[in-house]
Design a protein around this ligand. Structure first.
Ligand SMILES: [Zn+2]
Length: 413
């Protein structure tokens, strides 16, 4: 797992103290309970220093005593165990859709302990949506008795092009909204309390979650979410990269077939997103059904119920037409990955969304196809993995992990 272990080699005494505090707290994020002795061993810090840090955390309520442990690792005595006061710190994770938002309260382990779906009219103005988000957040925190100092951060995940540095929705999926909406600043101004607010595309948080689950030798990764829409997250040297205008990761709009007559929402032709759009693939398959009456896809196509999962299943079952359709999509993914190799050079590409749940044939063919790329015959391999992660859960994990890292980097205890 890509655990974040802060450096213990800072120079100034105050910086060293904070660095040690962060290191101790980080250990608790991944361990339900720890004794002073265990912490001391894990981060090579004296038991005296660890005892002082734990004392301060107990006082501030960040950590609680869990009583005596069952084992005897300290001179025969049962050591006192400590754990995070999970209800003490939380993240507010908001997913903003075109006609609703989900609010989840996450504990330090990024597990949701409260969840609510708030619907609103799809014609609502931006200002009204900001008000609905503000009112909803304040109410939910109030009802649960949560105070601002318990909130590590509010994370807003949006669709469209989102600039995380400016906390701005550059282009929304809501066609009645303006460009470049500073939702982070607007929420900050509207909320009656001050907490860190993070705004980014959903998929970047999902990618961050997937990255955190990887082995620690993975530093460079591209995460692709692909269904009817495609988004991405580029992680280089263990950091999310977004670029000057936050366009890095908008890989759905990488043009992979400039001669295509398929026009994308962005105005260009041959964007990856449209060429692999699962709804388009299903519609094209249904249109072409009469030429493939012997295919196992025919009945579902004739009934117009056919979807991409039918194609994955038929290909796994050996259906020649389904395999031919997927071979074409494999080619598009291969071109995308070739382009990603020369722009990002990742060790690994993770594919989620509908193409993450693609059975056996598609991932096998894609891995074979990508293996043949071998840029300039360098034999540098790139790992391609189709991942069945749940989209909401992955967003929550990424949002919770992101705020926790930020909390650790700035916290004063
Ligand atoms: Zn496009």
């Amino acid at each position: 797992m890509n655990q974040y272990i802060p450096s213990l080699t800072a120079s100034k005494p105050r910086t060293i103290k904070r660095s040690n505090q962060r290191a101790v707290l980080e250990l608790f994020r991944y361990n339900e309970s720890l004794s002073i002795g265990e912490i001391s061993g894990l981060i090579s810090l004296s038991k005296t220093s660890v005892t002082k840090i734990i004392g301060a955390f107990l006082e501030s309520g960040v950590i609680k005593s869990l009583g005596k442990g069952p084992s005897t690792d300290e001179g025969g005595k049962r050591p006192e165990l400590f754990g995070l006061e999970a209800s003490r710190l939380c993240t507010v994770a908001i997913s903003l859709y075109h006609n609703a938002f989900d609010v989840a309260l996450l504990n330090v382990h990024a597990e949701a302990f409260y969840y609510e779906n708030v619907q609103f009219s799809p014609t609502l103005d931006y200002e009204d949506v900001v008000k609905a988000l503000t009112d909803g957040t304040v109410r939910i925190l109030d009802e649960r008795g949560l105070k601002p100092d318990q909130i590590m951060g509010i994370v807003v995940g949006c669709a469209g092009v989102v600039d995380s540095h400016q906390r701005m929705i550059r282009t929304s999926i809501r066609t009645n909204w303006n460009l470049n909406l500073p939702i982070g600043d607007d929420l900050e101004a509207a909320l009656p309390f001050s907490v860190p607010i993070f705004v980014d595309n959903f998929v970047r948080f999902q990618g961050y979650a997937s990255f955190m689950r990887e082995d620690s030798n993975i530093d460079n990764l591209v995460f692709i979410f692909s269904s009817a829409h495609t988004g991405g997250c580029v992680i280089i040297d263990r950091e999310i990269v977004s670029g000057t205008n936050s366009f890095v990761g908008e890989i759905g709009h990488m043009i992979i077939d400039p001669k295509s007559n398929i026009r994308c929402n962005c105005g260009n032709y041959g964007c990856f997103e449209e060429t692999v759009n699962i709804d388009r693939i299903a519609a094209e398959t249904i249109s072409a059904k009469d030429g493939h009456r012997d295919s196992s896809l025919y009945l579902a196509a004739d009934a117009r119920t056919l979807n991409i999962n039918d194609i994955f299943a038929a290909a796994d079952g050996g259906d020649a037409w389904a395999q031919e359709i997927l071979d074409g999509i494999v080619q598009n993914f291969t071109v995308l990955i070739q382009n990603l190799t020369v722009t990002c050079d990742p060790q690994k590409v993770i594919i989620s969304g509908a193409y993450g749940r693609s059975g056996r044939y598609f991932p096998e063919k894609l891995s074979e196809s990508v293996a043949k790329l071998s840029f300039y015959k360098t034999q540098c391999e790139i790992i391609v993995e189709c991942s069945e992660t749940d989209t909401s859960q992955n967003f929550f994990s990424g949002a919770g992990g992101y705020t926790f890292q930020h909390f650790l980097s700035r916290a004063e205890f």
